[in-house]
Write a protein that binds this ligand. Structure first.
Ligand SMILES: *[C@@H]1O[C@H](CO)[C@@H](O)[C@H](O)[C@H]1NC(C)=O
Ligand SMILES: *[C@@H]1O[C@H](CO)[C@@H](O)[C@H](O)[C@H]1NC(C)=O
Ligand SMILES: *[C@@H]1O[C@H](CO)[C@@H](O)[C@H](O)[C@H]1NC(C)=O
Ligand SMILES: *[C@@H]1O[C@H](CO)[C@@H](O)[C@H](O)[C@H]1NC(C)=O
Ligand SMILES: *[C@@H]1O[C@H](CO)[C@@H](O)[C@H](O)[C@H]1NC(C)=O
Ligand SMILES: *[C@@H]1O[C@H](CO)[C@@H](O)[C@H](O)[C@H]1NC(C)=O
Ligand SMILES: *[C@@H]1O[C@H](CO)[C@@H](O)[C@H](O)[C@H]1NC(C)=O
Length: 483
């Protein structure tokens, strides 16, 4: 009975449930963090009494903030982490019908706020670069805009003003006209904010950060005087010797170059460049100067170079070497034979004020000798060749043979001897008849010849021959005598 009555009281129970329909789904919503956000969901179903609306986020059912019949979801003070997809689910209790869903995206916005701000007052010296810091965050990301004295910097189109997201506004080579109020605005969909700085432009009087120092240079080399300055605006540097202007921003005379650093390059140096050099640094705030001295040494050079020598074996060879040099520098001499340095050992080799003396010369002394003068004002080397010559050796293997066709003539031949390091001039051929004293027979036998025919001999006599070679040094030993 009870059952029947209940059924009469609640006729919907008898109705087959109809799947829920979401009539008005939640809408994509943007809200500023901290402000209240509401999502709405209206659904229909049969039986309507068994319709249940619930809210889910990330697959989890939400309990708090759900209003009457689940139609509203209220987030009283959403934070950034509350942003995301919210799902409204309509279902019928104790039914097998599938629930219906609708979803909406909640965007939680954050108004811009500064993470870096300039000081209220920024002081910059003329010609320096200055960074006006301004960085902001926000959701969505903040856009920055700079104003100078209420005019957008983008409209000023000043090539020295550069806005970067990493720092803010950079003003390069600050000029007096850059002074003023710089404002940085940060804006996004959730709002805007601003910060500002007063740019004050100052100047700094010139001063030296690196003074020129005295230099000593060899004639023909180059010299660089340093002169580094600080100051804003950058001081104008000029160089003078006495009253003569050598180099400045506008003046440039040959051999004198004003360097980017403020230094002075003199190239090449001449003897008459000796003197005092003054670097002057000037700006509207003042002028300073500094002076340094240039000393120029004459270049050391070999004035008396060694000359090729040819000496007779056993005699003394002298290779001269002398140098001209600045009286203020010391010089020293070194000698080498080939690549081997010579050490005067107190023996046959001695070096006296540059000149090299070798006594008791022999063929082992032959070679190229180099004199090197070393000094602070330059080094120089000169070479010469030493030849040691001696008498030619005796012609060897002198032999004689009869002429087959002419019995009154013989053929003499010999082997060319060592020439004593000096070309042979000729041979002398001598003859002895029947053991009489030796007589000159031929006095000028060509040095290239190694055989001669001797004719017109008298039969039945004995003849002996001998031969010697002659070079620049003299006549060498005789050969053996023929039989
Ligand atoms: C759903 O069914 C259960 C048992 O089947 C019952 O106890 C409950 O009261 C029902 N709820 C509604 C709203 O009908
Ligand atoms: C709601 O926002 C989501 C994610 O931003 C987007 O995919 C969807 O198209 C939006 N729906 C409407 C009706 O604008
Ligand atoms: C260098 O500076 C001194 C003062 O420090 C000044 O008296 C002098 O006239 C200056 N010389 C030059 C060449 O400017
Ligand atoms: C070398 O030369 C200098 C000057 O050039 C001269 O005074 C000196 O006497 C010379 N020395 C020798 C050994 O010739
Ligand atoms: C040259 O030698 C002398 C004596 O050895 C020394 O007093 C002097 O300082 C030297 N000069 C230079 C320029 O080196
Ligand atoms: C001269 O020779 C010395 C010693 O070999 C060396 O130290 C110096 O650098 C040389 N000077 C020049 C100008 O070549
Ligand atoms: C032999 O003597 C003749 C006449 O004097 C000469 O012409 C010839 O060249 C000689 N022969 C040799 C091998 O010297």
């Amino acid at each position: 009975m009870m059952r029947d009555r209940e059924k009469e009281r609640d006729p919907d129970d008898l109705v087959e449930p109809v799947a829920p329909v979401i009539v008005i789904g939640p809408k994509n919503t943007s809200v500023v963090a901290g402000r209240e956000a509401t999502l709405e969901c209206i659904a229909n179903a049969r039986p309507v009494e068994r319709l249940v609306l619930s809210w889910k986020r990330n697959g989890r059912r939400l309990a708090s903030g759900v209003g009457v019949f689940g139609r509203r979801l209220t987030l009283s003070s959403p934070s950034l982490s509350d942003g995301g997809v919210y799902v409204c689910e309509a279902s019928i209790i104790n039914s097998t019908t599938r629930p219906t869903e609708a979803r909406a995206h909640l965007s939680v916005l954050e108004p811009p706020y500064f993470t870096a701000e300039p000081k209220l007052k920024t002081v910059a010296a003329v010609d320096k670069n200055v960074d006006l810091h301004c960085q902001a965050k926000g959701v969505p990301p903040a856009r920055l805009e700079w104003y100078k004295d209420a005019v957008p910097v983008s409209k000023l189109a000043n090539p020295r003003y550069k806005v970067t997201s990493a720092t803010g506004l950079t003003v390069r080579r600050v000029q007096p006209g850059d002074a003023g109020m710089f404002q940085c605005f940060a804006r996004n969909a959730a709002g805007d904010t601003q910060t500002h700085t007063q740019l004050v432009v100052t100047s700094v009087a010139p001063s030296f950060s690196l003074l020129p120092s005295d230099l000593t240079v060899t004639d023909g080399n180059s010299a660089v005087f340093s002169c580094e300055t600080t100051g804003s605006p950058k001081p104008a540097v000029s160089w003078r010797r006495g009253s003569q202007l050598l180099a400045s921003g506008t003046v440039q005379i040959p051999r004198f170059t004003l360097l980017e650093s403020g230094g002075l390059l003199v190239e090449p140096i001449r003897m008459h460049d000796s003197g005092d050099y003054t670097c002057t640094a000037a700006s509207a705030d003042g002028s300073i100067n500094a002076t340094a001295t240039l000393t120029v040494w004459t270049r050391t050079f070999i004035s008396v170079p060694p000359v090729d020598q040819r000496v007779i074996k056993g005699t003394t060879a002298t290779l001269d070497c002398n140098a001209t040099h600045d009286p203020r520098v010391n010089i020293s001499f070194q000698w080498q034979r080939g690549a081997v340095p010579l050490q005067p050992s107190g023996g046959r080799v001695s070096i006296l004020s540059g000149s090299l003396t070798i006594s008791q010369t022999w063929s082992g002394d032959i070679g190229d000798y180099t004199c090197t003068v070393t000094s602070q004002a330059g080094n120089q080397s000169r070479s010469a060749r030493l030849e040691v010559i001696e008498l030619p050796h005796s012609p060897r293997s002198l032999s004689v043979s009869l002429n087959d066709s002419d019995s009154r003539s013989v053929l003499l031949s010999w082997v060319r001897p060592f020439d004593g390091n000096s070309p042979l001039l000729h041979y002398i051929l001598e003859l002895s008849e029947n053991n009489s004293p030796w007589k000159m027979y031929m006095s000028e036998v060509e040095p290239a010849v190694t055989r001669v025919t001797v004719g017109g001999l008298t039969p039945a006599r004995t003849y002996q021959f001998r031969l010697c070679a002659v070079n620049q040094v003299g006549r060498g030993q005789y050969s053996g005598e023929t039989q």
